[in-house]
Write a protein that binds this ligand. Structure first.
Ligand SMILES: NC(=O)c1ccc[n+]([C@@H]2O[C@H](COP(=O)([O-])OP(=O)(O)OC[C@H]3O[C@@H](n4cnc5c(N)ncnc54)[C@H](O)[C@@H]3O)[C@@H](O)[C@H]2O)c1
Length: 291
């Protein structure tokens, strides 16, 4: 059955981007957040991205009006019962995700495909709490979703060929290149990226160099578009801590262990760009190193 209506659960950093590219690709999109204020915040992010696209000449006003017309905004989870595909982008927490899937499994018709944007949790463990493991797949997009060209499609041992093909088709239709990965923590990209980011925090913690010099080192010495500490601020330090703890628990490998500084910063509410402060201070006119 062709996908026509896509549900996006969670309209934060990732959910807002996923909802946007799905609507731009022509799908009807139902977005769910936990309350009206967060829903308005996520909606505002999408509207402002699209407005800028018109200002930069990357989209016409007619295209943006059509895209915005494809959205339905809700705080009611039951409204997702009409969806052919649900993409989940809520916090990186297995009990929260499983609770959501159990609810939707009881509400959605049997053909609905369930997918998670999780960075590090097992897709199989989410699928196992539903009666449709064959319809379950990982769709791991990258931040910022409208600009990054990759999606990892994650197959579990239970994912059917039809579900896998439908997920690949959705990824391609939203303009992404598909990489297929097995259901192992971190898939391809985070398996390699997370130890590198944690090592950058350890280098900063040890006083090897300032935040700016660590970032400049990797940008100018290795040609990376962003330094690791800037990237951490962008990803979210809270999200990174969740991911590190999950991967560390799974692999029992010291490379994935969260440095104490990361834990202290998250406890202090320094979650990166989204909270105004991380390794850099975003409350100042131009982001300045926080230390
Ligand atoms: N941040 C990244 O760079 C990145 C990249 C790829 C994947 N991911 C994954 O995407 C997911 C979301 O991450 P994020 O960075 O967008 O987090 P975020 O904190 O920016 O957004 C999560 C949103 O989900 C909402 N939410 C929580 N429970 C909900 C529920 N039951 N129903 C609807 N909304 C709910 C929250 O209110 C919040 O707005 C996580 O699983 C994360 O691991 C993140």
């Amino acid at each position: 059955m062709a996908i026509q209506t896509v549900g996006v659960v969670g309209c934060g950093l990732m959910g807002s981007g996923i909802a946007q590219i799905a609507a731009e690709a022509g799908y009807a999109v139902i977005v769910r957040e936990v309350d009206a204020a967060l829903l308005a915040k996520g909606r505002g992010k999408i509207e402002s991205f699209l407005k800028k696209a018109v200002e930069k000449g990357k989209a016409t006003q007619d295209q943006v009006t059509a895209t915005l017309g494809r959205f339905t905004w809700t705080t009611e989870l039951a409204d997702l019962a009409k969806c052919d595909l649900v993409v989940e982008a809520i916090l990186e927490n297995m009990p929260a995700k499983q609770e959501l899937w159990k609810f939707l499994d009881a509400k959605c018709p049997p053909h609905t495909i369930f997918s998670s944007n999780t960075s590090s949790l097992s897709i199989g463990d989410m699928a196992a709490c539903t009666k449709r493991p064959q319809n379950f797949v990982g769709l791991h997009f990258f931040n910022p979703v409208p600009l990054m060209r990759l999606v990892e499609v994650v197959r579990t041992i239970s994912t059917s060929d039809a579900t896998y093909q439908a997920a690949c088709e959705f990824g391609t239709k939203t303009g992404k290149t598909v990489v297929t990965a097995k259901d192992t923590p971190g898939f391809v990209v985070n398996l390699l990226l997370v130890p590198y980011l944690l090592d950058a925090i350890r280098a900063f913690e040890k006083g090897v160099a300032s935040a700016k010099d660590i970032d400049n080192g990797m940008k100018l010495g290795c040609g990376h578009p962003m330094g690791p500490l800037e990237l951490l601020d962008f990803v979210g330090l809270d999200t990174t801590l969740y991911i590190a703890d999950i991967m560390s628990h799974e692999f029992k490998d010291i490379r994935y262990a969260a440095p104490p500084l990361l834990r202290r910063m998250v406890a202090a509410g320094m979650h990166g760009k989204k909270s105004g402060r991380g390794f850099y201070d975003y409350t100042a006119p131009a982001a300045a190193p926080a230390k």
